[in-house]
Design a protein around this ligand. Structure first.
Ligand SMILES: Nc1ncnc2c1ncn2[C@@H]1O[C@H](COP(=O)(O)OP(=O)(O)OP(=O)(O)O)[C@@H](O)[C@H]1O
Ligand SMILES: [Mg+2]
Length: 345
């Protein structure tokens, strides 16, 4: 039996990721002077970087943990799509099931960061390049077909929905068949939790949870509202585990048996540098841990530790297996919310 502080070996697992592929673009600049054209600061370009976002970032995270990973998704047949495929190849993510489609635009989030020399760069502007149309139907059908070929051949599937349309009913149905064939199936949802009802787990953040039950994120400040929303989703979408990632408030895990939730405080909160992609890391590690046979609360602890590692690095970082092993604290088990449980009774 595994002891509480051991990270399982993920290298024997075979995992697939299907979802929306995104490019994260960072442009760095130094302020120079006030413009004479308009009351704005003129910045001098100091460099730029591209990163893999969305499902592509999930795949990078899985590879960093030593897992054999198949990424299934679509990019536009455009410059950013080509760059994304190149980035994935550099990170040794298999891109055989990543297609480029003429009828699609690769979603790209451009962040402009600025600072005086010697100061930490801060985001001053973000420009999102959004596709005019969702991922074309023939691409979604191809993704569902690719998933069908994996039935019974993978240990886990992570469906990463960033709302660009790749994750539809066909993909949901194909994912359910993987679940029926004995695979762990996890949905990192955006809006539609029911697409994959009966999944092994779902990993919404607070905003996604609030949205799904028609509440505002502000209402989620009260943990009893989180509990209520989570219970509504447990009823509606019937995941075995519902992992709610709560940013700087850590994570809460719900199940049929744990209706009041089990929570864990954030790891690495002392020096947070960049939280983007932390949800991808959390979903990747949670999926692997479940596929390795861990129960939800211990899988959450691993996911929380890994998320704590990536928020302390710039850009969408990953947490390699060796770092996860050396960082996992000898900490108390996640706490049960008895007060909230009593309140609900
Ligand atoms: N400010 C923070 N301080 C400490 N830990 C954090 C912070 N923000 C995020 N985390 C860690 O990362 C986990 C996932 O973050 P979050 O809830 O923001 O996911 P997300 O919104 O899906 O992220 P993204 O979509 O950018 O990948 C949290 O549960 C927590 O463990
Ligand atoms: Mg997320």
């Amino acid at each position: 039996m595994l002891t509480p502080n051991v990270v399982p070996d993920f290298t024997a697992l075979r995992v697939a990721v299907a979802g929306d592929l995104i490019v994260d673009r960072y442009v760095y600049a130094r302020p120079t002077r006030l413009s004479r054209e308009a009351p704005v600061i003129v910045m001098r370009h100091a460099g730029e970087e591209l990163g893999a976002g969305g499902a592509a970032n999930v795949a990078r995270n899985l590879c960093a943990l030593g897992t054999r990973t198949t990424l299934i998704g679509t990019v536009g047949r455009d410059a950013m799509g080509r760059e994304l495929i190149r980035l994935l190849e550099t990170d040794e993510v298999s891109v055989e099931a990543v297609h480029s489609s003429v009828g699609y635009t690769t979603p790209t989030k451009t962040r402009i960061l600025g600072a005086e020399p010697g100061r930490t760069m801060h985001q001053v502007l973000r420009i999102d390049r959004e596709p005019d149309h969702p991922v074309p139907l023939e691409e979604r059908e191809r993704v569902a077909r690719d998933l069908r070929t994996l039935e019974g051949r993978i240990d886990a599937l992570l469906v990463s929905d960033y709302g660009y349309g790749l994750v539809d009913e066909n993909v949901g149905a194909a994912a359910r068949r993987i679940r029926d064939a004995g695979g762990v199936v996890v949905l990192d949802p955006r809006a539609d939790f029911e697409l994959l009802s009966g999944a092994t787990a779902m990993t919404p953040n607070l905003a996604e949870l609030a949205n799904a039950v028609g509440k505002s994120i502000d209402q989620m400040a009260d943990f009893s509202e989180v509990v209520r929303a989570a219970n509504e989703l447990l009823e509606r979408a019937r995941p075995e585990w519902l992992l709610v990632t709560m940013g700087n408030r850590g994570m809460a895990l719900f199940s049929e048996e744990e209706r009041a939730g089990v929570t864990t405080r954030p790891a690495g909160a002392e020096s947070v540098i960049d939280v983007s992609g932390a949800g991808d890391t959390a979903a990747a590690v949670f999926t692997l841990a479940l596929a390795a046979g861990l129960e939800g609360p211990r899988a959450m602890r691993l996911a929380n530790t890994a998320a704590g590692v990536v928020v302390m690095e710039h850009g969408t970082a990953v947490c390699p297996l060796s770092t996860l092993r050396s960082t996992l604290p000898v900490a108390p088990q996640p706490s049960r919310n008895t007060a909230v449980a009593a309140e609900l009774r």
